[in-house]
Design a protein. Structure first.
Length: 107
C-alpha cells in the first residue's frame, strides 16, 4: 500500500480550495504535484526491474517531481509562485520521510 496516497490528501484539498478561488493555475499545480506524489509505485517497478534497492525509487522521485512541477511553472508563469513552493515543500517533505523510513527498514 502506498502511504503517500493518504498523506497527499492535503494537496488535493488545496486543489479544491484554489478551484473555489478561481485560481486555476494553482489548482492545476496542486493536482499535478499531488498526482506526482502518487507515482512512487511506478518508480519502484522501474527500479526493481533495474535490480536496484527499493529506497532508490523514492529518491528518484525528487528530481522527477521538481523537474516536472518547476518546468510547468516556468513555462506558464516564467517564475515560481508561493503556492507552488508550499505544495512542493509539503510533497518533498513527505518523500523525505518515506526515504528515511525505508532506509531504516531496508538497511
Amino acid at each position: 500500500m502506498n502511504l503517500a496516497a493518504f498523506v497527499t490528501f492535503p494537496l488535493h484539498f488545496a486543489a479544491l480550495h484554489f478551484a473555489r478561488r478561481r485560481d486555476m493555475h494553482a489548482h492545476r499545480q496542486a493536482m499535478l504535484i499531488g498526482t506526482l506524489a502518487l507515482m512512487t509505485p511506478a518508480y519502484a517497478r522501474v527500479v526493481q526491474v533495474a535490480g536496484l534497492p527499493d529506497p532508490v525509487a523514492i529518491a528518484a522521485q525528487v528530481p522527477i517531481t521538481l523537474a516536472i512541477a518547476l518546468g510547468y511553472e516556468w513555462k506558464v508563469l516564467g517564475r515560481v509562485s508561493k503556492p507552488v513552493l508550499w505544495m512542493l515543500g509539503f510533497s518533498l517533505g513527505v518523500i523525505a520521510v518515506m526515504v528515511g523510513v525505508l532506509a531504516v527498514w531496508f538497511l
